[in-house]
Design a protein around this ligand. Sequence first.
Ligand code: MN3
Length: 207
Amino acid sequence: MAFTLPELPYAKDALMPYMSAETFEYHHGKHHLAYVNKANELAAGKKYESMSLEAATIAAKKDGEQKLFNQIGQIYNHNLFWVSMAPNGGGAKMPGNLEKKIREDIGGYDALRAALLDKGTTQFGSGWAWLVLDNASGKLEVVSTGNAETPLTDNKTPLLTCDVWEHAYYIDYRNARPKFLEAWIDHLANWEHAAELLNKGPIKVAA
Ligand code: MN3
C-alpha cells in the first residue's frame, strides 16, 4: 500500500461551527479515502508506488498518466488542506516571517484575503485556492487550480490551500462558496503551518 489516508490533526468536531463533523465524515472519511484506494489500485506494480507522494504527483503529471495523477494529486492536495486549517485559526494575526513576506510580495493581509476570496470564488467548477511560494522568483503568490491540479507540478511550493470542490462546503454552506471562503480565511486558515513551510523554503522533490 503506497498511499495512505492520514489521520486528521484535530477531532472531527474541532472546527465547528465553521466546518462540521459531518463534513469531515464525508470529505475525509469517504472522498479522500476513495482517492487513496483508487490511487493504490492504479499504481499497483508501477514505479509510483515506491515514490514519495510529492515525487509521485510530479511524475504522474510529467508522464501524462492523467487518471493516476487525478487520484494522487487529490491525495497531495487534501493532505495539505487538512493541515491548512486549525481551531482558532484565520484572521490577520500570523507569525512574523509570513506576515512580513505577505506584506512585501502581496501587499499585506487585506490584499491576501481579497486574492484568496477572488481565486476561490472565480475558480469555475471544482478546484483549489492556494498561497504558494514561487520557486523561481522566491515570491509568494495566490493562485487557483482546477480539479486535481496542484501548483506543485508548476515549480511552486504550496504553503496553504482551500478546497473549493462542492463536497468541501455543501453540507455546511450549501451553494454559498463565498461564505465558506470568508469563514475559512477568517476562522480556519492555519497561518502557523504556512509559516513553517515558508521557513523550510522551496520544496525539493527527488525525481
Ligand atoms: Mn475535497
